[in-house]
Design a binder for this molecule. Structure first.
Ligand code: ADP
Length: 399
């Protein structure tokens, strides 16, 4: 009988899950899947790592299963799937841990209450992240739950990197630059000693370029600056989020164009970025395949802002040894990587186009002063490792 850990990533309309099973000292992924359409018509699918469909269920349109119903279904499925193995805990991706949670934490009803305080800081994500935790505390209170935060990795940043130039009372009230995608950066930091030992010890910029996109400056594997701030909308232009914006634009939209705060929220989170500029799609593949000039403009802006941020984060680091690309665009798009590297060539990035086009791990030339890497991210395994570690160490303490 082996121990198993399930990792949940709950969004507004779906819960994604990954099941990991212990094999010796490591955790191996066994099944991934999701329940989607939580508030329309729900559909559940579970697939083995080789893609084989293990289970599939659809509910009629109009059945609002919700996060609670989805959690119940998942627990039932996992129990039937794990006949010979033992589920020892649930690990959750939680976007906001505020300044308090610098590490993953075991969740009980008190901790859940503390995490609810951060809902106003991430209203589009935090309530959905917490919903399955609340349900599991009711349904399976004996099963340990661990929350892992997207903000924690950035708590090593110097105070000045987290500060807005606002009255200091607001800093005390929690208005600061938190940074996100921390679980992805932690995974990259955990891989670097194996893959690129010099980058692990040195000054490295990681570009997490997915639907959400951000960059992190790391020194010896610790975050010292990032492009995302108070919310996950700052920094680079993203699939549908605008990235950094003059706050005066927001005032103009409200005062002169009569937009409500909800309309502005929709605009900056859902209608901007690649989608907004191109007017075509938020999907980089679609834009790369299009010959519409607006698609070209959206890609140009994405590349331009990423290049500028490499300069800015290099300044924060006081030098640069390595650059790492990760997430959907970073892992899969040679053309976007090549263009970003060319825009930062003045810093000493020399890309080997053959290696880049083949999506190799190292894509810089041997003589490049700054080495360039492509490393697929895996936020789920980081959550699974933390969950197992925390559960096992609390067992040790009880002995
Ligand atoms: P999320 O932030 O939702 O996890 P992903 O990391 O999956 O997003 O990244 C999604 C983005 O990656 C989309 O813009 C998609 O077009 C892009 N992408 C995936 N594969 C490729 C590819 N081969 N070339 C260019 N872009 C790609």
């Amino acid at each position: 009988m082996a121990n198993a850990v399930v990792v949940l990533n709950a969004g507004s309309s779906s819960i994604k899950f990954s099941l990991f099973v212990e094999q010796g000292k490591t955790l191996e992924p066994r099944i991934r899947g999701q329940v989607e359409g939580l508030y329309t018509g729900a559909r559940f699918v579970a697939k083995a790592v080789d893609g084989e469909v293990k289970a599939e269920t659809s509910w009629p349109a109009g059945v609002k299963m919700g996060h609670a119903g989805a959690l119940d279904h998942l627990i039932e499925y996992l129990r039937s799937e794990l006949k010979r193995d033992r589920l020892i805990g649930i690990g959750h991706r939680v976007v906001h841990g505020g300044s308090v949670y610098t590490q993953p934490v075991r969740v009980d009803s008190e901790v859940l209450k503390a995490l609810e305080i951060f809902v106003p800081l991430a209203p589009l994500h935090q309530p959905h992240n917490l919903a399955p935790i609340r349900r599991a505390l009711e349904r399976v209170p004996e099963l340990p739950q661990v929350a892992c935060f997207d903000t924690s990795f950035h708590r090593t940043q110097p105070e000045v990197a987290q500060l807005f130039a606002l009255p200091f009372d607001l800093w005390k009230a929690g208005v600061k630059r938190y940074g996100f995608h921390g679980l992805s950066y932690q995974f990259i930091a955990s891989e670097l000693p194996e893959v690129a030992p010099a980058a692990a010890m040195g000054k490295t910029i990681v570009l997490h370029l997915g639907n959400g996109a951000s960059m992190c400056a790391m020194e010896a594997g610790r975050s010292i600056a990032s492009t995302m701030g108070f919310t996950a909308v700052e920094g680079l232009p993203m699939g549908t989020r605008c990235g950094s914006l003059d706050p005066g634009v927001i005032l103009y939209l409200i005062d002169q164009l009569g937009m409500t705060t909800r309309e502005v929220e929709k605009l900056i989170y859902n209608r901007s970025g690649l989608l907004g500029v191109s007017g075509i799609s938020s999907d980089m593949r679609t834009l790369l395949a299009s010959d519409d000039p607006q698609a070209g403009m959206a890609i140009d802006l994405f590349v331009y802002r990423a290049g500028r941020e490499i300069g800015s984060l290099t300044a924060a680091l006081g030098g640069l040894d390595a650059v790492v690309f990760t997430a959907g665009i970073g892992q899969n798009s040679p053309i976007v990587r090549s263009r970003i590297c060319h825009s930062a060539a003045w810093l000493g990035l020399e890309i080997d186009e053959t290696a880049n086009n083949a999506n190799r791990t190292c894509i810089s030339t041997p003589s490049s002063p700054v080495s360039v890497w492509v490393i697929p991210t895996d936020e789920e395994i980081i959550i699974a490792r933390h969950t197992r570690q925390l559960i096992q160490s609390s067992k040790e303490m009880k002995k």
